[in-house]
Each structure stands twice: as C-alpha cells, then as structure tokens.
Design a protein around this ligand. Structure first.
Ligand code: ATP
Length: 419
C-alpha cells in the first residue's frame, strides 16, 4: 500500500506518527480526514490537522495534551477536542460519527459511528477521504467514495442526491472549491445544485451559518472567481433579492484590491469586508438596511458598511485642491480602517490615493506629547471641549506648525483663551 504521508515535512510527520502511536496504545483507530487529505494528495500546504478517531477522541486529545504540554479544549457535547501544542500547532480530534438531518438546512443530529459513516456525511468526494495513522497502516488512504479519481479528474461531486437539500451551505462550498482549484462541478451535482437554488433552499439555513460560509468565499485568495460564479448561479439572491451587482464593477474593484494588497501599508486589512462593501456598492439604501438587519455583523463591520455609503461624498471632499494634511486627517480620522481601504480602491484619482496613503503612513501615526492630565493642570475639564482642544493641537502638529511638548502646551493655553 502507498504511504501518502511520506512527502510531509519531518516535524509534521513526527506529530502525526505520535498521534497514531497513542491511538494504537489505546486500541483506537485514528485517521487524518477532510480537506487536509485532499491537500496532501494535491501537495498543497494546509495546517488544519483534523483527526477522526474510532474510539474516544477526547481521551486521545487529553493524553497527547499532557505529553506535549499543550492546551486541550473539550467540546463534550460534540465528542470533539482541540489541542494546541506549545509549539503552536493546532490539532482537532473528533469521534467518528454519523449524522441525520431532520429537515433541509437543519443542524444534523449526531451519533457515534465508524469511519465510513463519518466520511459519508461529508460534502464532496474529494473531501471525503481519510489517511490511516495507526502504526500498522500508517499513511494508507481510505477512499470509499472515489475521491482520488475525482481529484485526478478535477471534479467536485456530492456523495448523494440529498446532499444540497440536507445542507444548502454546500452550494457555497462547491463554488469555493471549484474555483479555488479550477475544478469542474460534475454534471449531476450541478443539476442538484441548481435545483436547490431554484427551490430557494438556502433560506432554510440559519443565516449566520450561511453567511459564515459566504465569508469564507470572500476570504479566498481570489474571491472574484467565486463571486462571478455565484452571480451566474444565483445573482446573490441569498443576500437580498433586490440586490443588483455589476460584475464589471466587481472585477475593477478586485484588480484594485489586489494591487493595494501588495503594498506593505495595506497588508493587514480585513479584505473580505472590502469585497462585501463592493457588493453593496450599487445597492439602494433599503437593500443595505435589509442586509444589515439580516446578517450578523460586528459593530465595526456595521459602521464600515454605513460609512461606505458616503464614499462619493468623502471622495469629493478629498478631491479639493490645496488641502493641508490636517484637513485630510479630519476627513479620514472618523472612518474605520475598512471604510478607508474601500475609498482607496474605489477612487481612480491619484490625488486620493496619495492623500490616503499619507494619512495612513504618517499623519494617523502622529502622537501628542501632552495628554488630558496636562490640560487639567491648566484648567481644562474632562469632556468634549478637552477632546476638541487635543484634536486641534494634534492637527497643528500634523501640519508641522508645532513639534515639542512646550509648543503643544503653549498651543493649548492659546486655544483655551480663544474658546
Ligand atoms: P479549507 O481548505 O478552506 O479549510 P476544508 O475542506 O478544510 O477547506 P473545512 O470547512 O475546514 O473545509 O471543513 C473540513 C472538512 O469537514 C471538509 O473537508 C469536509 O469533509 C467537512 N465539512 C465541512 N463542512 C461541511 C458541510 N457543510 N457538509 C459536509 N461536510 C463538511
């Protein structure tokens, strides 16, 4: 039998061997499962080590946690545990299980099962393979549903006809894998997917779950490919039936996002949200209001969406000639990082890019030497007025009209006298 694990790097291999040995000692059978198996065969990097155990997965995680001085988090209700080793590796352990769906889109009822049953509950054949890791069969592939053949044929195929009905989030997953790997969705699978969309089955899924899967699409290295495919299949009706998206505009936004992302200044953005802002770019206010009510956004995401609605106005303000640095600062400072990034990729004018880059790289980093305590000493009470004085002094510093602490205090006294 071929050993599918031999080409892994030595450290990861040692970890996997150890898990297999401990499993054997406990008389369990342990397997690597899911996306990492697909990626091992495709020789793609994947650090999510998912282990399925025919036996007590929590017990195995705890034993290894003790050996590696790692942190084990147990989810007893689900029979799963996560182990984080002191070297930063994360391993998820789950008992082999079978599932039943009470109705379309429901969370499945889970019962202990064997490996085959565990693989049968998975989304696509290419994600339904396992690799044994107990010593006697280390590295052997378990491929009950033809995953290896589909992988070589670059095909996404569901395991059974009911798959999209049971769990419509798989529609988004199919699109994501199809586009990420440049695979094709097999004919029958595509028909089932389209039928599920026609019946509007995604609306059966709890919205946070569906949105979480959509967010994974926006986090892909190339979300545009998936977005184009989704547009073709569903026109983003799951977001809102009245949402109009122009693919041409999305493509332009994508190009500009890719360009901006390469700049170190923009390395750390929540880029998925910028794509989302782009999707809502042409929507009218009623659609945006509905989307905001429907999906579980964080406070910062909500504010970013609201601020992005004012992008044209802000761009107009930023286009005014002869703005000094502090004027740009006052325009951009109230915005979230994502709303600013969105402006940056939305506008084609070099002057806007320059002003935003300058704000992010320099002016937004300027710090005062004085603080509220210094102002109290000269008689300014805490409150809005103090905030305004501090901001005015900061603006003077941004415009390089003052620099030292002494000058800042002098400016504070002046401001106090004039206000
Ligand atoms: P990625 O490479 O993006 O992390 P993945 O294949 O590892 O993708 P996960 O969402 O991490 O996907 O899920 C891990 C595995 O769990 C999948 O490979 C699949 O076998 C199974 N799985 C996840 N979601 C579903 C689902 N909705 N229905 C059935 N199986 C699923």
């Amino acid at each position: 039998m071929k050993n599918y694990l031999l080409h892994l790097d030595d450290k990861l291999l040692a970890v996997i061997r150890r898990i297999g040995k401990e499993s054997e000692k406990k008389q369990f059978s342990a397997y690597i499962v899911g996306g990492i198996v697909r990626d091992i065969i495709l020789k793609r990097k994947n650090c999510d080590l998912d282990i399925v155990v025919e036996g007590d997965a929590i017990c195995l995680a705890k034993v290894l946690g003790r050996k590696w001085s790692g942190k084990v988090t147990v989810y007893k209700k689900f029979g799963t545990a996560s182990l984080k080793t002191s070297k930063g590796l994360c391993v998820d352990f789950a008992m082999a299980r079978r599932e039943r769906y009470a109705h379309s889109g429901a969370l499945p009822a889970v019962r202990p099962g064997n490996l085959k049953e565990d693989l049968r509950r998975r989304d696509f054949t290419v994600n339904a393979m396992a690799i044994a890791i107990n010593p006697g069969c280390f590295g052997w592939l378990v491929d009950e549903f033809g995953g290896l053949k589909d992988l070589s044929k670059k095909t996404i195929r569901v395991l059974h006809k009911q798959s999209f009905i049971d769990d419509p989030t798989r529609i988004l997953r199919a699109v994501r894998f199809e586009q990420r790997f440049s695979f094709r969705t097999e004919k029958q699978t595509l028909l089932l997917m389209k039928a599920a969309l026609r019946k509007k089955l995604p609306s059966n899924v709890k919205l946070p779950r569906y949105f979480a899967e959509f967010k994974k699409i926006l986090c892909e290295a190339d979300p545009l490919k998936c977005l184009k495919r989704l547009h073709q299949l569903d026109r983003f009706h799951f977001l809102d039936s009245k949402l109009k998206v122009r693919v041409r505009n999305l493509s332009l936004l994508h190009q500009r996002i890719q360009k901006a992302r390469r700049k170190p200044l923009y390395g750390q953005g929540n880029w998925w949200l910028i794509y989302f802002l782009g999707l809502l770019g042409e929507a009218d206010d009623r659609v945006v209001k509905r989307v905001l009510m429907k999906f579980p956004f964080t406070k910062n995401e909500r504010i970013s969406i609201q601020q992005s609605r004012k992008s044209s106005d802000i761009i107009r303000k930023l286009l005014v000639s002869n703005l000094c640095s502090s004027q740009v600062f006052r325009i951009l400072r109230p915005l979230t990082k994502e709303a600013i990034y969105y402006l940056r990729v939305l506008s084609f004018r070099a002057i806007i890019s320059r002003r935003i880059d300058r704000f992010l790289a320099y002016d937004n980093q300027v710090k005062l030497c004085i603080n509220g305590e210094d102002l109290k000493k000269i008689g300014v009470a805490a409150g809005n007025r103090m905030g305004k004085i501090l901001e005015d002094i900061l603006c003077l510093k941004i415009d390089k009209k003052i620099s030292s602490k002494r000058e800042e205090l002098k400016a504070a006294r002046l401001s106090l006298m004039n206000n």
